[in-house]
Design a protein around this ligand. Structure first.
Ligand SMILES: *Cc1c(COP(=O)(O)O)cnc(C)c1O
Length: 362
């Protein structure tokens, strides 16, 4: 019997995650210089990292021989979110946190509910435990909460919700999310992934950390990869009831977030100027990209994060033509949206490069 046949059948059945194409890879493939390439494929921050975080990373190099201490970042997140320190779980990116939740609650014989076109890490986290994935059809490309409620079975332990969702950008108004929490059985964990929360206009935001007291089955996930500009350092967190946080911490690698990431995240939380600049740049870029798509007569899903998802007909073919012009966006055929592409909102010049290339490509 081959080694592969010895592997767990549910692991062999997983389709690998397809990351955005790295700039260096396209440069090698096309024989073009790295700095002529525009990458708008992974929802990264076009302003880079917060200068305060950069300083903190430089200072933290001095203690790199020591194992990391999560105390300060946990305390800061807890204070900022108005929860107890025991309700914060740090992750090596929020991907890690999603995995921890899955490992606490899922196993063969159990199931998790997620929506068609929702973030790819939910299937990965679910299927890697041997649990079954129950997918509900999307409603206008977003989550259909009524269908998700109806899909919950006696063996369901987790419902995954991304708000706003990636890769579609859909947003569920918070009163609908709260009504969903009231409707689901209390022994089903609802994971509310708010990776793009800081990009929402203040009027759309709700402090869901304040809901944890009412809903001990709620787990909120956030990340430093998006507006905070720390995707390469890998740091995110979950807010949960003390009971769930404690369980997650039992399966967490003790030193899952490294010293540099911890220092950067602490500093980034306080860099209000950088967060504001990132938010405003995103708002302007959103207007710019939408205007460009409308000019080209292309359909798009109303965006709520730092990316826009638009319809081109043959996503793979248009993507290829964009790559040939040195522009990397994200094809989302793997999400069941082969006619669509997702573009990250970049800086003004990057958005202009993308729109000019798109005009050539369609
Ligand atoms: C980008 C993203 C994340 C964050 O992933 P990290 O592991 O923190 O980099 C989480 N959820 C969604 C929906 C995302 O799009």
């Amino acid at each position: 019997m081959s080694l592969s046949e010895q592997a767990l059948s549910y692991v062999r059945a997983i389709s690998p995650y397809q990351p955005g194409k790295p700039i260096t890879e396209l440069a090698r493939e096309m024989g073009i210089p790295v700095d002529s390439i525009v990458k708008l494929a992974s929802n990264e921050n076009p302003l880079g990292m917060s200068p305060k975080a950069k300083k903190a990373v430089e200072a933290a190099i001095a203690g790199i021989e020591r194992y990391p201490d999560q105390f300060e970042l946990i305390a800061k997140v807890a204070e900022r979110c108005g929860v107890a320190a025991g309700q914060v779980v740090l992750g090596n990116g929020s991907n890690d946190v999603l995995d921890l939740i899955a490992r606490v609650f899922l196993a063969p014989g159990r199931s998790a509910v997620f929506a068609q076109h929702a973030f790819a890490v939910y299937p990965l986290a679910t299927l890697s435990t041997g649990a079954e994935l129950v997918a509900t059809p999307a409603k206008n490309y977003g989550h259909d909460l009524a269908a998700m409620r109806a899909a919950i079975r006696p063996d369901t332990r987790i419902v995954w919700i991304a708000n706003p969702n990636n890769p579609t950008g859909n947003f569920l108004p918070y009163p609908e999310v709260r009504a969903f929490l009231e409707a689901v059985p209390k022994d089903v964990v609802v994971v509310l992934d708010e990776a793009y929360n800081e990009y929402l206009p203040p009027a759309d935001r709700v402090d869901v950390a304040g809901w944890l007291a009412d809903f001990p089955n709620l787990v909120v996930c956030r990340t430093f990869s998006k507006i905070f500009g720390l995707a390469g350092l890998r740091v995110g967190y979950a807010l949960a009831s003390a009971e769930i946080a404690d369980l997650m911490n039992r399966v967490r690698q003790p030193f899952n977030v490294n010293n540099l990431a911890l220092a950067a995240a602490v500093a980034a939380l306080d860099d209000h100027e950088f967060i504001k600049a990132s938010y405003e740049l995103n708002q302007r870029g959103m207007v710019q990209i939408i205007a460009g798509l409308e000019r080209l007569g292309l359909e798009y899903i109303k965006p709520h994060g730092n990316f826009v998802t638009f319809r081109v007909g043959n996503g793979a073919a248009v993507n290829q033509k964009l790559l040939q012009q040195g522009v990397i966006v994200r094809p989302i055929g793997g999400y069941g949206l082969p006619e669509w592409l997702r573009v990250t909102i970049g800086a003004e010049a990057e958005n202009a490069r993308f729109l000019a290339a798109l005009e050539q490509a369609v």
